[in-house]
Design a protein around this ligand. Structure first.
Ligand SMILES: [Zn+2]
Length: 186
C-alpha cells in the first residue's frame, strides 16, 4: 500500500512528515539553502531579523514544553563526555566573542579615557585598563536585570544607534568617580 493512503484524511500530517524526512536526508543542502534565503530576506527587509529571532525563541519554548526531559534523556543516552568536550570549545568561543564585542565598544567610544584630567597619557594606556562607564550611573542596576553578555550586547546596540549614556574611563579615573560618588552620598 502506498504510504500516502496511510495518511488518508491526514494529508497535512503526511506533507509535514515528508518535509521532515527531506530535511533530514538533505540536511547540508537544506541548511545552505535556508541560510541563503535568510540572508536575502534580511537584505530586503530589516525587520525580518527581529522576526526570525522571535520565531526561534518561540520554537525553543515550544520544544521545551513538548520535550521537558530532552536534556536529561540526552545525557543518559550520550553520557557527559560529549558535553564536556563541547564545553571547553564553547567557553573558548564565548571568550573570543566577548573580547571582540568589548573591542568594538571601545572603538566606538573613542578608545581612550574620557576624563580630560586623566593622569595616564593616551599613548601609554593599556586597553585592558579601559572600562565602560555609565555616564549617569545605574549600570549595576541594569546589569542585575540580565546576564553580563546580554548587557554588553545591549550597550553595543545603544551606542551604535547614537546613545551618549556610556563613556570610557580608565580604571584609575573610574575608581576616582566611584569614590567621589560615595563621598557625596554620605
Ligand atoms: Zn583616566
Amino acid at each position: 500500500m502506498p504510504q500516502k493512503y496511510k495518511y488518508k484524511g491526514r494529508e497535512k500530517e503526511y506533507h509535514r512528515e515528508r518535509r521532515k524526512k527531506y530535511r533530514i536526508e538533505h540536511r547540508e543542502e537544506y541548511n545552505a539553502k535556508s541560510r541563503e534565503y535568510r540572508k536575502r530576506r534580511i537584505k530586503k527587509d530589516l525587520t525580518f531579523k527581529e522576526k526570525l529571532r522571535e520565531w526561534n525563541k518561540k520554537g525553543r519554548e515550544n520544544f521545551r514544553i513538548k520535550h521537558p526531559n530532552y536534556m536529561k534523556e540526552y545525557y543518559e543516552k550520550h553520557g557527559k563526555k560529549y558535553y564536556e568536550k563541547n564545553k571547553t570549545k564553547k567557553i573558548e568561543q564565548r571568550r573570543k566573542w566577548r573580547n571582540a564585542l568589548r573591542m568594538q565598544i571601545i572603538e566606538l567610544l573613542g578608545g581612550k579615557c574620557s576624563n580630560p584630567n586623566c593622569p595616564v597619557p593616551p599613548e601609554k594606556m593599556d586597553v585592558r585598563c579601559l572600562q565602560i562607564d555609565h555616564v549617569y550611573g545605574g549600570g549595576t542596576k541594569e546589569i542585575k536585570k540580565m546576564n553580563r553578555d546580554n548587557y554588553m550586547k545591549m550597550i553595543f546596540q545603544k551606542i551604535k544607534s547614537g546613545s551618549k549614556d556610556y563613556q570610557l574611563l580608565c580604571a584609575y579615573c573610574n575608581w576616582l568617580k566611584e569614590l567621589d560618588k560615595r563621598q557625596n552620598n554620605r
